[in-house]
Write a protein that binds this ligand. Structure first.
Ligand SMILES: Nc1ncnc2c1ncn2[C@@H]1O[C@H](COP(=O)(O)OP(=O)(O)OP(=O)(O)O)[C@@H](O)[C@H]1O
Length: 266
């Protein structure tokens, strides 16, 4: 299912935090949304899962305007993993993952065998079957993040929203999470701070700055040294990874790469 943010603007607390953002994500593509703190990434994601209404513009899921579609239909189409921790601290991990199935159940329906299968498969996928009985409130930040990913995976929705999904995760699971996401046959939009994780795993990148899209394209097209320096105020070089040919950013150097201390030995 394709997603189209069509000239989306949003105003919060009297400030325009999104300004005519226009981004199209074709069905099945993985878009990384990057930008400095406060640039509007989470706000844009919220317009997609019906948490913040745009002040103008439209958010399209397929051909349908999210804001003219009922909540339940949107909840079935869009699974969300955010930083907001579950307030149900006494629920077990398995219960929390099963919450991902709620939009697909009728009324206050019971969990079916199929729901349980999907929940266990998702827990297995994130390596969390051994903590299925633990209360969510007694997990580490990283364990909780895994459970939140499992909840989003258990909802087999065509669209997946990830808001800073790798926070709290050790490096091995950061890579694992991105590998899992990249391998899904879903349309994904993820707000990411780590530009190299974004460059390695995303099909496309959109760079936001002060509520505006300032660059889009494949990682090598969007994450140029010029864009990184203009938007983040950090000097960067774009190299090519020797193993996979993907772009890699190296920060804090001046182009062309200089070797620290070399001049002392000349
Ligand atoms: N509820 C709110 N009321 C008023 N202003 C808000 C509200 N939520 C966010 N903002 C402001 O909107 C702007 C965009 O915030 P947003 O959280 O979308 O940015 P972000 O790019 O996700 O940032 P970060 O990388 O720090 O998570 C910021 O200036 C923020 O202070």
């Amino acid at each position: 299912m394709k997603v189209h943010f069509h000239d989306v603007s949003a105003t919060l607390g009297g400030n325009e935090v999104l300004r005519k953002v226009d981004i199209e994500i074709p069905s099945g593509r993985f878009l990384g949304l990057v930008g400095p703190n406060g640039s509007g990434k989470s706000t844009l994601l919220r317009t997609l899962y019906r948490a913040i209404a745009p002040s103008s513009g439209r958010v399209l899921l397929g051909e349908h305007d999210v804001w003219r579609t009922d909540r339940r239909t949107v909840a079935r189409a869009v699974a969300v993993m955010t930083q907001e921790t579950s307030s149900e601290f006494d629920l077990t991990v398995l219960d929390v993952v099963l919450l991902g199935r709620v939009p697909f159940q009728r009324g206050f329906g019971r969990d079916t065998e199929a729901d349980l299968d999907l929940a266990w498969t998702a827990l297995d996928r994130v390596g969390a079957t051994d903590i299925a009985d633990r209360p969510i409130g007694r997990l580490s930040g990283g364990q909780r993040q895994r459970v939140m990913l499992a909840r989003a995976l258990a909802a087999d929705s065509p669209v997946l929203v990830l808001d800073e999904p790798t926070n709290h995760l050790d490096i091995a699971f950061q890579l694992e999470l991105m590998r899992i996401a990249a391998g899904l046959d879903r349309t994904i939009v993820a707000a990411l701070h780590d530009l190299n994780l974004a460059a390695t795993y995303c099909d496309d990148i959109a760079v936001l700055d002060a509520g505006r899209v300032v660059a889009t394209g494949t990682p090598d097209e969007a994450l140029t040294p010029r864009v990184v320096e203009d938007v983040f105020g950090v000097a960067a070089d774009q190299l090519t990874h020797p193993r996979d040919g993907r772009p890699v950013l190296v920060f804090g150097s001046r182009s062309p790469l200089s070797t620290p201390g070399k001049e002392n030995h000349a």
